[in-house]
Design a protein around this ligand. Structure first.
Ligand SMILES: [Zn+2]
Length: 83
């Protein structure tokens, strides 16, 4: 069920822990490439209790980064599954 496109990324992806499959984030992703970073302002839903950490298995999946002056999560490769 695709919604009509407005300006900016409108596709929401679910981001899961690759180890225990816990839903961590809902994110409005732009483009089609692999997810390497998440801008904080585009995170729709945050299911973590400690930032950058899976609430279930405590795996650290990202690091804080400033990208062009915008707070973002830099994804650590292989820690997440995107659907
Ligand atoms: Zn986990």
């Amino acid at each position: 069920m695709a919604k009509p496109n407005k300006k900016g990324p409108s596709k929401t992806v679910n981001i899961f822990c690759s180890r225990c499959k816990t839903l961590l984030l809902k994110y409005r992703k732009g483009g089609t490439g692999a997810l390497v970073k998440c801008f904080k302002e585009r995170i729709v839903d945050d299911h973590t209790t400690t930032p950058h950490e899976c609430p279930h298995c405590q795996q650290v999946f990202s690091r804080f980064a400033m990208i062009k002056g915008t707070p973002a999560y830099k994804i650590i490769g292989g820690k997440l599954t995107v659907k």
